[in-house]
Design a protein around this ligand. Structure first.
Ligand SMILES: C[S@@+](CC[C@H](N)C(=O)[O-])C[C@H]1O[C@@H](n2cnc3c(N)ncnc32)[C@H](O)[C@@H]1O
Length: 262
C-alpha cells in the first residue's frame, strides 16, 4: 500500500481518541491536548497497564514467529511505537508478512512507519473498523494466504467494543476465516482484577467521550471458545511468557492469552 496524503481523512482534535490516549500513556508525542486531558486524570496504574500490554505483544509475537508463523493480521494496531509488531517478527523471520488495521485516521497518518518492511517480507495497512470484519479479511486476502496459518492479534482492542455491538461474534467471525494451526492473540482490560481502578479508568474515559467495556475473566475467556489455549493459558499480561527471560512479576489488570485454532 502506498500512502496518498491527499486522501487523509480529517483528524478530529476536539475530542479524545483511544489511539492517542494510549500513545500518551506509552510516553508518545502523537496526541493532542484533549487526549492528554483524559490520560493525565487516569491513575498511574494505567501507564503501567499500557506498558505491560505492549510488552505482552512483544513476547507473544516473537514466540509465534519462533513457532514458524510468518503471517500476521493485527487489528487495532495503534500509533506506531517501536518496536512495532513487524519489526519483532521480521527480526526472527525476515520474510514475514504483516497486515495492520486501525479505524483511527491518526494511525493512517503515521502508517508509513508501519510500512517499512524488511525487503524479504511485506507490511500493509488498511484503515478499517473491526466491527466490519469481512472488509478487513477481504483486504488481508490480497497479502496473506488464508490457506496457511495466520496469527490474528486483537491486542487491547475488544474492550472498546461493547456487548451490544456483538464483540464475541466479531471475534468468532474473524477466527472462522483462519485455517487450522492459526493463532488468536488477545489482551483485554479486566473489570474484576482491580474493580475500583477499572471503574475509575472507565469513568475518566467516559468523561472524554470514549466508552469502554472492560470485562470479567469469564467474558474474556469466551473470546477463546473452541480454541486451544497455549500455556500458560489466560493469565495477566505480566504472567504470559514462554521460556526465559520471565518478565518482572508485577500486578496487572490486563488479561492476555494466545490460543491455537484447531
Ligand atoms: C489501546 S490501543 C492498542 C494498540 C496496540 N494493539 C497495542 O496493544 O499496543 C487500541 C487501538 O484500537 C483501535 N480501535 C479502537 N476501536 C477500534 C475499532 N472499532 N476498529 C479498529 N480499531 C479500533 C484504537 O484506534 C487504538 O489504536
Amino acid at each position: 500500500m502506498t500512502i496518498d496524503r491527499q486522501s487523509f481523512p480529517p483528524l478530529d482534535t476536539s475530542k479524545a481518541h483511544p489511539a492517542r490516549v494510549y500513545d500518551w500513556l506509552l510516553g508518545g508525542k502523537d496526541n493532542y491536548p484533549v487526549d492528554e486531558a483524559v490520560a493525565e486524570k487516569l491513575p498511574p496504574e494505567a501507564r503501567d497497564a499500557a506498558r505491560q500490554n505492549r510488552e505482552f505483544m512483544h513476547r507473544a509475537s516473537a514466540w509465534l514467529a519462533e513457532q514458524g508463523i510468518d503471517q500476521f493480521l493485527d487489528i487495532g494496531t495503534g500509533i506506531p511505537t517501536q518496536p512495532n509488531l513487524h519489526q519483532i517478527v521480521q527480526g526472527i523471520t525476515p520474510s514475514a508478512k504483516v497486515v495492520y488495521t486501525d479505524n483511527d485516521p491518526i494511525v493512517l497518518r503515521h502508517a508509513e512507519a508501519l510500512l517499512v518492511s524488511r525487503p524479504e517480507g511485506v507490511t500493509d495497512y488498511i484503515q478499517a473498523d473491526v466491527r466490519r470484519p469481512q472488509e478487513i479479511v477481504e483486504h488481508a486476502r490480497h497479502v496473506l494466504d488464508f490457506g496457511r496459518p495466520i496469527a490474528l492479534s486483537l491486542i487491547a482492542l475488544m474492550h472498546f467494543i461493547p456487548d451490544e455491538q456483538d464483540a464475541h461474534s466479531i471475534v468468532a467471525n474473524l477466527v472462522e476465516t483462519l485455517p487450522s494451526g492459526s493463532y488468536l492473540v488477545l489482551s483485554h482490560a479486566s473489570s474484576d482484577l482491580f474493580p475500583e481502578l477499572s471503574a475509575q479508568v472507565t469513568a475518566e474515559y467516559a468523561k472524554g467521550g470514549i466508552q469502554l467495556g472492560f470485562r470479567a475473566r469469564a467474558e474474556v475467556e469466551r473470546f477463546f471458545d473452541g480454541l486451544d489455549l497455549v500455556s500458560p493459558g489466560l493469565v495477566t499480561a505480566t504472567e504470559w511468557f514462554q521460556g526465559a527471560p520471565a518478565p518482572a512479576q508485577e500486578d496487572s489488570g490486563i488479561y492476555a492469552a494466545v490460543a491455537r485454532v484447531r
